[in-house]
Structures are given as C-alpha cells and as structure tokens.
Design a protein around this ligand. Structure first.
Ligand SMILES: Cc1cc2nc3c(=O)[nH]c(=O)nc-3n(C[C@H](O)[C@H](O)[C@H](O)COP(=O)(O)OP(=O)(O)OC[C@H]3O[C@@H](n4cnc5c(N)ncnc54)[C@H](O)[C@@H]3O)c2cc1C
Length: 348
C-alpha cells in the first residue's frame, strides 16, 4: 500500500489529524493497533446510559474541543456537584463537608466521549482507517518511510505517530535508529493518566443525591482516593466512580478482590444503599500495553510540562513526526492537547 501521510494510532489525536487531511483532500491512511478507535477515550453503554472509563471531563476555554462538539452538535452537560462532599480519614472516620465539589463546573458529553470518536470516525472513509493494524517497524529510505504493519507494508512520504511516546519507543523498531536524544526524549515523556485505574459502581437510583451528597469524596484510606458522581446525562444511568489509589503493580495482583474492597469502601462512605450496584467495572489503564508502559506505572503526581521537544523535530528529514497529546505545548495531556498536537504539523 502507498499513501502520502500514514497516521499511526486512532485515538483522538490520530482521528483529528485524519479529519484535517480528509478535509484538505490530502491522501492519508490511519492504522490503529487495537480493535477499536478512541485510544484513552472509552465509553461503555449500560442500559442505554454511557459511562466514560477513560477521560470524562473537559472545560470552558478549550476551543478545539468546543468547536468539534459544535460541529457534531453533541450535547454537553455539567458535572453533578450539588450536595455535601465526604472526607474519609486514614483512621476510617467519614466526615461530611459543605466544601466546594472538586469537579464543579467541569463539562461532560451526553452519550459519553465515545460519541465524539464515533462522530469523527463516521466522517472518514472506511477504507482509509484500519483497525487491528499495529505498526511494528518503520524504515526510512530514499525519501520514503516503509511501515511494517499487521495488514502489510505501507509506504508513505510522512509518518505521524500519535501513539504515546513511550509506547512508540518500546514497541516500534526505527530503522535507522533514532538519534539517542530523540529516543531519550520519548522515554522521558510520561503518558498522561496511563498509570491510573477507575472503578465504577452503577446503580438504579442516585441514593447519594437523595441523601444530600454530591457523590464527591476524598479518602486517605482507599482503595479509592477520589470519588465522583459519574451518572450519565440521561436514560437513568446513575453511577459513582473512583480513582484507585493502589499503585499499578500492586493492584494487578488484586484484580477481582480490588473491586470488592472498593465496594466495601463505597458502603462505608455512602451507606448500605451502595451495596448492590447493578454493575461494578474496573478499567485499569496500566494493563493496556498500547497506552501504558512499565515506566508509566509510577504515578507522575502533578501535571507534567508537555510540548514537543526539539530533539523530536525534523526527524528523518521531516518525514517522521510525533503528535499524541503529550506533544502539545498548551493543553498537553488533555483531550484538547490531542487536538492541538497535530494541527500545525506541515505535511506538504
Ligand atoms: C483514566 C484517564 C482519565 C483521563 N481524564 C481526562 C479528562 O478528564 N480530561 C481530559 O481532557 N483528558 C483526560 N485524560 C487524557 C486523555 O484521555 C488524553 O489526552 C487523550 O485521550 C489522548 O489522545 P491521543 O490520541 O493523543 O492518545 P491515545 O488516546 O493514547 O491514542 C493513541 C493510540 O495509538 C494506538 N497505538 C499504540 N501503539 C500503536 C502502534 N504500534 N501501531 C498503531 N497504533 C498504536 C493506541 O492503541 C491508541 O489508540 C484521561 C486519560 C485517562 C487514561
């Protein structure tokens, strides 16, 4: 196969770049390693209600995301934050607080963020976007790059890698090898949120709201350290979700018992009504080798300063670029950054 621009990765950044090239009538192919588009964006639908297992929130002042939402006429709603918050102390006391709900003012998409991915994919020609097509090797010769993929070899003038930098460095063989500085840069860039896991408990009623609680809770005891209302906008899908505080390598050994310990915590915090969720879902991003590498299993803490390092520009005479959200200078790490990362790439 032959194309002008080969996009590696079908998360938000890869799809946004494909959308740009399609609208510019510029030839492209997109190859995604997994069997679905969206990457870190993943919504699951239960009884008609959508829950976001990866990112959930966006914020006013993110113009690229807003313009896509406007273009596809997707419905936005505000994170539920009415009611008191809870704090669980290390010694197990549960305190109610009238304080500010930490995600107040954050925005969500009705239908889940997966509906944005679906809307983007629907705009693209089917024969240009391939699933289950991991790139294993890239070879630069005679002003062209050859990609060895699971669906055959593809030659392109440009290759844009939107896989997370560490995943690209660990899983793709570059021939000739990238300069040491470039390889080091790829390894040094933490993949935003890739070491995290979320647990969702889905309920028939929003009993916490009825009890004057917002669903927000902070816990020093765990295993969930930060809990929020994750209810869908419509179709009666009520849920609480929490970020798991147990480090990635330890929680992989707990697996099913982690869900039970998290449920016990929800009962401690929100009462007996929490004991029978209709679904209890664990989404552990650290176990997804297309998103997370062992280096990402350590929590990065504060939001890193992202942006494309100089060592990752001009590679292979400009034929090789990187454009995951981690390459964005303003909104790096966020979905808005995934849209920002590829927008100014020159692919003439
Ligand atoms: C738990 C969690 C919560 C988050 N919360 C928020 C939030 O509330 N708000 C927010 O703005 N952001 C949030 N984020 C971050 C947000 O998800 C990312 O900014 C965004 O989705 C990144 O998109 P991307 O396309 O750059 O990368 P990705 O989504 O990582 O896409 C990369 C794609 O490349 C593919 N790939 C990997 N290797 C190969 C290969 N060799 N060949 C082909 N394809 C390959 C992968 O399968 C994947 O589909 C969160 C992320 C997580 C995990």
């Amino acid at each position: 196969m032959q194309t002008k621009t080969l996009i590696v990765g079908g998360g938000l950044s890869g799809l946004a770049l494909a959308d740009r090239l399609h609208r510019e009538k510029s030839d492209f192919l997109l190859v995604e390693a997994s069997d679905g588009f969206g990457g870190r964006i993943k919504s699951t639908t239960i009884g008609g209600a959508a829950f976001d297992l990866g990112p959930a929130w966006f914020w006013p002042g993110q113009p690229r995301l807003q313009s896509l939402i406007d273009r596809f006429e997707l419905k936005v709603f505000e994170q539920h934050s009415e009611g008191e918050s809870l704090v669980e102390t290390a010694d197990g006391r549960v305190l109610r607080s009238r304080g500010y709900a930490s995600m107040q003012g954050s925005l969500r998409l009705a239908g889940g963020l997966g509906s944005l991915i679906t809307a983007l994919v629907n705009e693209l020609p089917e024969d240009k976007c391939h699933l289950s097509a991991p790139v294993a090797a890239l070879t630069h010769t005679n002003g062209e790059v050859r990609a060895d993929t699971a669906i055959g070899s593809i030659s392109a003038r440009h290759v844009v890698i939107t896989a997370p930098p560490r995943v690209a460095s660990d899983s793709i063989s570059f021939n000739p090898a990238l300069p040491a500085g470039a390889n080091q840069a790829l390894q040094n860039i933490p993949t935003w949120m890739a070491g995290h896991a979320k647990i969702f408990a889905v309920y028939d009623t929003p009993f916490w709201r009825q009890n004057g609680l917002s669903g927000d809770a902070m816990s020093q005891r765990g295993p969930l350290v930060e809990i929020h209302d994750a209810s869908a906008a419509e179709n009666g899908g009520y849920a609480l979700f929490g970020f798991v505080g147990v480090p990635a390598d330890s929680r992989s050994k707990l697996d099913q018992s982690l869900k039970q310990i998290a449920l016990d915590q929800l009962i401690r915090l929100f009462g007996k009504q929490a004991e029978n969720p209709s679904e209890l879902i664990l989404e552990d991003w650290a176990q997804n080798s297309l998103i997370s590498t062992p280096a990402d299993h350590t929590n990065v803490g504060a939001h890193p300063v992202y942006g494309r390092p100089p060592s990752l520009t001009g590679l292979w005479q400009g034929a090789l670029s990187f454009a995951s959200t981690e390459m964005a200078g303003d909104f790096g790490g966020f979905m808005e950054g995934a849209l920002e990362a590829g927008e100014n790439l020159i692919l003439s």
